[in-house]
Design a protein around this ligand. Structure first.
Ligand code: PHE
Length: 378
């Protein structure tokens, strides 16, 4: 019997445990890592992509012998893109599966549901893609491997100003913390730098008719329109704005990243720009190698969520190795100490707010593809 087996299996049986937290040894000795994702429901493309990337990383880690001599077992739960469901499935994974850490979610509102639960239970949580600043503000157990929206809002506003789009309209999804935050940071930055927000309109996730808001926007004659919500509505917004003969270009954030954006938006979304975490056109070896492996495994193109899901799992595995343990406090400290980790989406150092300082890319929708425009450093 190895020492760690003795510590985690025998000592607790004898009732002599030095750990505060429940031991994580399951019968098989695998390390249980939780993942929650929107595998179904309105934003299924987010969850399916992040899950594929996450699973691919775990498979690679296990094929390499695992960590600390143990395999990682990924326990995945579907939150169905539904408010409330994230909290339910995360509680279940903590109590039923005794997960040692949690990966997820993409959507900020759902990460915000899970974060207080993990913080309270002492379970480190790493969000691959939630960019709203509030997520990691929940507490010292909550991390992310992506940039945050005060930066993304600045990237978008600088881009608009560089195109001389000074009069901008903003359309916000009030049901998503992500959209509300991104609009707010965009507005603050553009207003402080010579731009002007000429119309602010809102809608709720799931809405299909944006004509009233777009008519008001048209009246304000903006140079560009920020649609700060998710791809689920951005395609329809593009279609309806062209129907109303609004010529102003549309701008969006990372939440636009999905093949459905062009499936729904078609010609209407052509020439629109959005910010994102990476570009498949980037020649960086880490990206090209990831692309090759992902295409071979899934016969599909990875999007940003896939790459970030992969990175979140790799960073967790690296931290478990450095911690030499899956014990909660040690693991938390090791994740917090992540420095210059060569991830697919860039070199990741976690700052003291537990966020990653990373570049963003601007992409343009051209002939149904997301083409690289430029990289913006923090
Ligand atoms: N940043 C979005 C959010 O916080 C989620 C997202 C990330 C969507 C990456 C697409 C790509 O809600």
């Amino acid at each position: 019997m190895k020492l760690h087996q003795f510590l985690f299996v025998v000592l607790p049986l004898l009732g002599i445990s030095s750990c505060k937290k429940a031991p994580d040894a399951s019968a098989s000795g695998d390390i249980q890592v939780g993942e929650f994702a929107s595998l179904t429901g309105a934003t299924a493309s987010f969850g399916q992509s992040s899950h594929k990337g996450t699973q691919m990383a775990i498979d690679e880690i296990n094929a390499d012998g695992g960590v600390l001599g143990r395999k990682i077992r990924l326990v995945t739960e579907d939150d169905q893109s539904r408010p409330g469901e994230a909290a339910t499935v995360v509680r279940k994974m903590i109590s039923r599966d005794h997960i040692v850490a949690l990966l997820g979610e993409v959507a900020s509102s759902r990460s915000l549901e899970a974060a207080p639960i993990c913080q309270q239970a002492g379970i480190p949580m790493i969000s691959p893609a939630s960019t709203n600043p509030k997520v990691t503000e929940v507490g010292d157990r909550i991390f992310r491997v992506c940039f945050i929206d005060p930066f993304q809002g600045t990237v978008l506003s600088k881009f608009a100003l560089s195109k001389n789009w000074k009069r901008v309209a903003i359309l916000t999804d009030v049901k998503q913390d992500y959209s509300v935050g991104l609009s707010q940071f965009f507005k603050a930055n553009i207003s402080a730098n010579g731009g002007e927000v000429v119309s602010e309109q809102s809608y709720s996730s799931g809405d299909k008719d944006f004509k009233a808001q777009l008519t008001a926007i048209k009246g304000a004659q903006p140079d560009a329109i920020l649609a700060s919500g998710y791809y689920t509505e951005a395609g329809l917004i593009a279609l309806q704005s062209r129907e109303l003969q609004i010529a102003a270009p549309l701008l969006g954030g990372d939440g636009w990243d999905s093949p459905s954006l062009v499936e729904v938006g078609g010609k209407a979304i052509e020439g629109s720009f959005f910010s994102n975490h990476f570009s498949v056109e980037d020649p960086a070896p880490a990206i090209q190698e990831f692309l090759k492996k992902y295409r071979a495994k899934f016969n599909a193109e990875p999007d940003a969520m896939a790459a970030l899901g992969y990175d979140s799992a790799m960073i967790l595995a690296d931290a478990i190795k450095r911690a030499g343990s899956t014990e909660s406090d040690k693991l938390r400290d090791a994740i917090a100490a992540t420095k210059d980790f060569l991830a697919v989406t860039g070199k990741i150092t976690l700052n003291k707010e537990r966020n990653a300082n990373k570049s963003a890319v601007m992409l343009v929708v051209k002939e149904g593809q997301f083409r690289y425009v430029e990289t913006v450093a923090p």
